[in-house]
Design a protein around this ligand. Structure first.
Ligand code: PHE
Length: 455
């Protein structure tokens, strides 16, 4: 990592706070309010939550530090950053290429779910105008349909493509800065409502009292995959964002704050959903529909519930946009910087590829493609599994190896020293986590999920 090339035209976050909110804007999204609760319900409750928290602290945080350090050092898109960071070893650009694949796979199902969120804004508004609440069959009818979810998905992609084409992601960051605290407050309202329902404590127990017999290789991998997905790691998103980080940002405290804020939002979503679910006698294994069934139900039991439902899904839609823009930024940054394609063209190409694959994910929830199974999974689940549980952890492993072993130790520490006036006291500890802890855990979890560790 001996070069820090710069090109004048590159974008950069304007302030330390801007760098923090942009990174948080990428991290916070459907992963917190949709995926975290649904996987927790599917994969064993508190035992899953505990594993997830450990994965964030021991594996994801060190990987985020490396991504930011390499990104800022190289000031290039992810493909070229990894291709050039180890002199004489251009093949590490594969990390960036795998990131391309992850971006398209993730967006294929992410835009389907984001489409549901946008549809819920419309549906809850119509219901409220008629003085009603959303019917229990709303989710099944929407997600299991054909044209309806496809149109919402297309709409979401047009919006994201337009935002990227206009290069107004700065505006999104500003909106996020303002609206994230509102999302936070609204989640707190949901949590208070959920916790004060009779029978709510069973949900709290479910989230926080681990039954370790629930752990298996599959569950460990699911928690690790979620940690990468949640913090936008293992595919170059955080490397790209690192390339926009001003030199005065201290990488480790910034990353730690992002991880904390993101985890807090996930836990709040869990605390809004599970207590209510148990209070109403629902089942935690509700699958991808969990959020969409539970939240309207929670709100329907309180004054102004219709209004709160609308506000909740509006905020959720905004959260999805910041995340989607950051996912698409990996291919778009490369197309613009290396491919010398104009930004709108890059956005359209990326959006088109995402929609092409996205159609198959969306239709796999409807009778049209429901029977197409690969490795026993629907296409929706396959894209999710292949990205979160395979590409991101393997990408994260490669990134930890590059950052911990191949880049010179002094270069790595120098990047951590920026803004701190010298190598900070925790620098060596972080390096130890990057070299040993993160890679060893990733390898062990990958092996155990393959059944190679006897469980
Ligand atoms: N972290 C985002 C979320 O939770 C998703 C994401 C994954 C964004 C990978 C960028 C890269 O919704």
């Amino acid at each position: 990592m001996d070069r820090a090339p710069r090109s004048v035209s590159r974008d950069s976050f304007a302030s330390t706070l801007g760098a923090f909110t942009a990174t948080v804007g990428s991290a916070i999204g459907l992963g917190n309010i949709w995926k975290f609760p649904y996987l927790t319900g599917r994969d064993g409750g508190a035992a899953f939550v505990l594993t997830y928290l450990l994965a964030v602290a021991l594996v994801a945080l060190p990987v985020m530090v490396v991504e930011h350090a390499i990104g800022r050092r190289m000031r290039l898109d992810a493909v070229r950053a990894y291709g050039k960071v180890v002199p004489g070893q251009p093949w590490w650009s594969l990390v960036g290429w795998a990131g391309f694949a992850s971006a398209v796979l993730i967006m294929a199902f992410y835009t389907d779910v984001a489409g549901w969120v946008f549809a819920y804004v419309a549906k809850s508004t119509v219901a409220a105008a008629q003085g009603q609440t959303l019917g229990a069959d709303t989710f099944g009818a929407l997600a299991g349909g054909t044209w309806e979810p496809l149109l919402w998905q297309a709409g979401v992609l047009v919006l994201v493509t337009a935002i990227i084409a206009a290069g107004v992601s700065g505006g999104i960051e500003k909106a996020t800065k303002l609206l994230m605290p509102v999302l936070f407050l609204l989640l707190v309202v949901c949590v208070v409502r959920a916790l004060t329902l009779p029978g709510a404590m069973a949900g709290v127990d479910y989230l926080f009292r681990p039954d370790l017999s629930k752990l298996s290789g599959t569950v460990l991998l699911s928690a690790l995959g979620l940690a990468f997905f949640k913090l936008s790691l293992g595919m170059g998103t955080m490397t790209t964002y690192g390339s926009y980080l001003p030199d005065r940002v201290r990488i480790v405290p910034n990353a730690a704050r992002v991880a904390l804020a993101d985890t807090a939002i996930s836990l709040l979503a869990g605390l809004a959903i599970f207590p209510a679910l148990f209070a109403f006698g629902g089942t935690p294994a509700g699958g991808p529909g969990l959020l969409f069934v539970t939240i309207p139900l929670v709100f329907s039991k309180m004054p102004l519930g219709g209004l709160f439902t609308i506000v909740f899904f509006v905020l959720a839609s905004i959260a999805t946009i910041g995340a989607m823009v950051s996912i698409a930024e990996v291919p778009v940054a490369w197309l613009v910087e290396k491919g010398r394609v104009r930004r709108p063209v890059a956005a359209a190409l990326t959006g088109g590829a995402m929609f092409a694959l996205g159609i198959t994910a969306t239709l796999s929830q409807s009778p049209v493609l429901a029977d197409v199974k690969v490795f026993g999974k629907t296409l929706f689940d396959l894209y999710d599994f292949a990205s979160s549980n395979v590409l991101l952890p393997v990408g994260g492993l490669a990134i930890a190896i590059v950052g911990g072993w191949l880049v010179s130790r002094s270069d790595f520490l120098a990047e951590l020293a920026k803004g701190a006036g010298g190598v900070p006291w925790y620098g060596r500890a972080i390096l130890f986590f990057v070299r040993w802890v993160a890679p060893v855990f990733i390898v062990l979890i990958l092996l155990s999920s393959l059944g190679l560790l006897g469980g």
